[in-house]
Design a protein around this ligand. Sequence first.
Ligand SMILES: *Cc1c(COP(=O)(O)O)cnc(C)c1O
Length: 232
Amino acid sequence: MINIKNNIQLLREKIIFFEKKYARPSRSVFLLAVSKKQSVEKILQAIEANQFAFGENYLQEALTKIHFFKKNYPHIPIEWHFIGKIQQNKTRKIAEHFSWVHSVDQEKIAQRLNDQRPEGLPPLNICLEVNLNHESTKSGVDISEVESFIDFCVNLPNLRCRGLMALPAQIQDFEKQRAIFHPLEPLVKKFKSKINTFDTLSIGTSQDWEAAIAEGATIIRIGTSIFDDRKI
Ligand SMILES: *Cc1c(COP(=O)(O)O)cnc(C)c1O
């Protein structure tokens, strides 16, 4: 039987170990638990390990879970991150129910999220998804387009432009994983000097998170290493 609480505790210990190993500041890497296709029971087990940030890819599934926790556990301060592909007609619900969106890759999506963010909520934290030419999908903007995209987003008052995200296709070789992530950290640093909210590099999954930490990740997005196989 898998022990989710244990998996998270072990992962946290390893994160601290790799922060030291790669000369990263202590506590600079934040763990996002990717709960797509995992049940609310499994999410509750993660919460027992004081894990409160969850990443979801599929809007309908996510909304069901968000409503479940709002109704049954209103006192638990869960932070929901949308990390999946964004369809234009789904932006309103995303703007209403999430704290973060990692997978923004079109200006018109950013504009819609801004316009649809409800009054009274803090600005929506967004990351721009970058395509490193190693992706298995077509999502993400080219590195050459990052600057103009950020110039566009910083002027949207209901968004907080937090950083960059990438999801390269899975490969096994550690040095190759590092090489693929490598262009991102200098880019984050460059914009950080101009935009004070820009502090995030969201890279690394169960397959490549050590390489991601070595290359400057501030959020790693871990699913299967915490929850095991995806079912629902
Ligand atoms: C599913 C997913 C992850 C987590 O992948 P695991 O291999 O399960 O750790 C991270 N990021 C994104 C965007 C995902 O879709």
